[in-house]
Design a protein around this ligand. Structure first.
Ligand code: AMP
Length: 418
């Protein structure tokens, strides 16, 4: 595999898949530049190495070509500002402008291609009205797959090498995230951002020092079952909190009042409990909970045993004894993976469990553990509590990160490693 640090970019044009899917306000101004800023080291590396850069990305979910509010031209002023050069813009990623501008690029220059998703070929999925018949859909699918080959080939024709730096879309087998890599068998590589994500996830899942503790929370068991099954072969401790704990507690015969539960998963959850015993995994559930009489921040609350939630009450956070129990396990861990909040942390009265677990993970990290936090809500939680810089790695991947910890191969990663 080629490495961005050692690759010779001199005189070459690098096609870089970035994630510039940034939020824009009504005046089409960027409201959060994090994703653009995160791609800058990779862009600068190519430019400093004497190469030219062709940037490609999607923005939002356009329904048709040319939707102005989803044009990447809106990010040009910011890009010019941070790179300190005038970035060229091809107003159609398949148009004449893209061909001529990419062909004429000089070392040190940057070209941005218009939104890839203006073309259905990028995702390889037809955009048909919902009223379409099955036959129409089948024919359209075949046709878009065929057109996708030409689309990919043309993207590849703009450059001499390919760099994927978009982890957020690495779980998609799209033209720009995976298929295009095959046109550069000797000249494809990860950008810095994608590399850091893959390295950190591998550090936890493949090379994690023991004891390895995974903390899983969030609403439902159904959303996490594949993660649980995959982690079962890897972890020493599996801490379960959040709404999903009640399906486990009910499966063990506990009383859960009107807490969130997935009755159709009780059998599966029992199997998971058995599986944990078989694999020697210490599956740890909360021992106490903050119960509320309604799903509201100002609801009446009581501290109760986690398996004795009174009728008519629902558990919305873990209690102090559970926090202390989890803290002890975390402080003795060398590798920590956290996904999903411990309670309804969006409501201040039910955020304590999540805050304290985030703090325990930060403290364990300071003591030498490697910690990785991922998934929208847990990342939001560490940011909200200003603990992100005390965690070893905060994954930005969302869906991609979840699929990675489910043990699935990510097409965007596999296409480079292949
Ligand atoms: P997920 O997307 O599956 O990680 O779930 C995150 C959501 O789970 C957050 O919006 C939390 O408010 C919610 N959640 C956490 N604990 C509970 C609970 N005890 N009851 C209901 N929802 C919860």
């Amino acid at each position: 595999m080629k490495n961005i640090d050692t690759y010779d970019f001199s005189g070459k044009r690098a096609l870089i898949r970035v994630d510039f899917n940034v939020p824009l306000d009504d005046d089409l101004k960027i409201t959060d530049t994090t994703r653009i800023d995160a791609a800058l080291p990779t862009i600068r590396k190519v430019l400093d190495g004497g190469g030219a850069v062709i940037l490609m990305s999607h923005l939002g979910r356009p329904k048709k070509k040319g939707e102005n509010k989803l044009s990447l031209k809106h990010i040009l002023p910011y890009l010019n500002h941070v790179l300190g050069i005038e970035v060229k813009f091809a107003d159609d990623c398949m148009g004449e402008s893209a061909r001529t501008l990419s062909a004429g690029l000089e070392p040190g220059e940057v070209l941005l291609l218009e939104n890839l998703r203006y073309y259905e070929e990028e995702e390889g999925k037809p955009r048909l009205p919902q009223t379409s018949t099955d036959e129409e859909l089948k024919a359209a699918k075949a046709s878009v797959k065929e057109k996708q080959k030409e689309f990919t080939k043309q993207l590849a024709s703009y450059a001499d090498c390919y760099v994927n730096d978009a982890f957020g879309t690495a779980h998609r087998a799209h033209a720009s995230t995976a298929l295009v890599a095959d046109y550069f068998p000797e000249d494809k590589m990860f950008g810095y951002l994608l590399n850091a994500e893959v390295e950190s996830l591998n550090k936890v899942l493949k090379e994690g020092e023991k004891p390895f503790t995974a903390v899983l929370g969030g609403a439902k068991v159904s959303g996490k079952i594949q993660i649980i099954n995959h982690l079962m072969h890897k972890v020493d401790n599996l801490i379960v909190g959040g709404g999903m704990m009640f399906t486990f507690i009910k499966a063990m015969g506990g009383k859960i009042g009107k807490s969130l539960v997935e009755d159709d998963l009780l059998e599966l959850t029992k199997n998971t409990l058995e599986g944990a015993k078989m694999h020697g995994v210490n599956l740890i559930l909360p021992v106490d909970a903050i119960a509320a009489d309604a799903f509201a921040n100002d609801a009446k609350t009581r501290l109760v045993k986690a398996d004795e939630i009174p009728d008519g009450w629902m558990g919305l956070d873990i209690g102090p004894e559970s926090i202390a129990l989890f803290n002890k396990v975390l402080m003795n861990s060398k590798t920590i993976l956290w996904n999903g909040p411990m309670g309804v942390f969006e409501m201040p009265n039910f955020a304590e469990g999540t805050v304290q677990i985030a703090k325990s993970i930060a403290n364990a990290t300071q003591k030498g553990a490697f910690s990785l936090v991922g998934g929208g809500d847990s990342v939001a939680a560490v940011n909200k509590f200003k603990l992100a810089d005390k965690i070893s790695y905060v994954s930005t991947g969302g869906g991609a990160m979840l699929e990675f910890i489910e043990g699935k191969a990510l097409p965007g990663v596999a296409a480079i490693e292949r």
